[in-house]
Design a protein around this ligand. Sequence first.
Ligand code: URA
Ligand code: CA
Length: 431
Amino acid sequence: MRMVDLIEKKRDGKELTTEEINFIIEGYTKNEIPDYQISAWAMAVFFKDMTERERADLTMAMVNSGETIDLSAIEGVKVDKHSTGGVGDTTTLVLAPLVAALDVPVAKMSGRGLGHTGGTIDKLEAIEGFHVEISKEQFVDLVNRNKIAVIGQTGNLTPADKKLYALRDVTGTVNSIPLIASSIMCKKIAAGSDAIVLDVKTGAGAFMKTAEDAKELAQSMVRIGNMVGRKTMAVISDMSQPLGYAIGNALEVKEAIDTLQGKGPKDLEELCLALGRQMVFLANKATSLEDAEEKLKEVIRNGKALEKFKSFIENQGGDPNVVDHPEKLPQAAYQIEVLAKEDGVVAEIIADEIGTAAMLLGAGRATKESEIDLAVGLMLNKKIGDPVKVGDSLVTIHANRQDVQEVVDMIYANIRIAVHAKAPVLVHGIV
Ligand code: URA
Ligand code: CA
């Protein structure tokens, strides 16, 4: 087989066979096929697309390029949740204990964040003592006993995707639905869960700017998952404005605690229920999606979800008292209010720019090497559709330095106040 023939075949809009796709991905992983040929092939895919079969084959070729995680020692149907990335997305912190309270095993391998705020691990490390450096045996044992554990990233998973994603980044081929879908799905499949729930974001803060594109991506990922034997569902959700009020690591832990007590932001609660009901249903812990949602509301009402969060923290070395005393979380030295300069209704809160403002305070990493400050971040006091009067606080900045003028300017530039505006629909669709 010659790579040049496969580039021409895709260039001419033809379907590649399973063997041909395996040849490309194996050759690239072993450095036998050079970047320039893979770039040409990725561009051909960008313009000529891939069939569903090709997408599933590409996904599995990337899964097979490296190690995979074996979760078979954990009892029950393991369901993983994945979000395509948003600002102030506190859902994982809420969902993990919430579904575990219904005996859905949550065996989460998680990473550190790059960008707006930390990843799930960074956020959890805002809790004194909490750590994810546990052995594989401890991890399995904790999930079997308490249904929930988080471990740091281990193993060389999907090396082909790492190379291909980096190459796409510099060759104008990131924004291709077959390439994005296979890139996301190969990582989820390699991580070993039996079922996958996807949260595909749409809007200013998301990868997919329109609901149509988000739906197409969601459908593609769901088909790939189901074709390769992992039950998969997706929710398409709004990311035109940040989710909830909190953007920042300790601030989001507090927001998750509030939500587990049934007094969190309405949008965050709605999304957690939409994703959680799919997780509970796919794990065979409910007879229907409606039944699953009822059960989730019940464990919020009766305190079992909050108890689960406490035992989870304690099992991984953290201080469970933060749940009843969130003031024990790291606190920033200064709280600075950003006040509205006009009357009206909040019409826009540009999610990605507000996320960048939080990063500038130190809540997120600009580069992999950056240190993050777990205490800092932003609390939105208004969301789209809320009326405002001159002098109302739009945002509270939690900072560890006094000079935050740059952040204040960014906030003003990215919150628009108009005469009329309505809160956006949060859940755009279910796939
Ligand atoms: N996230 C991924 O992991 N891969 C893509 O291709 C795009 C977003
Ligand atoms: Ca939030």
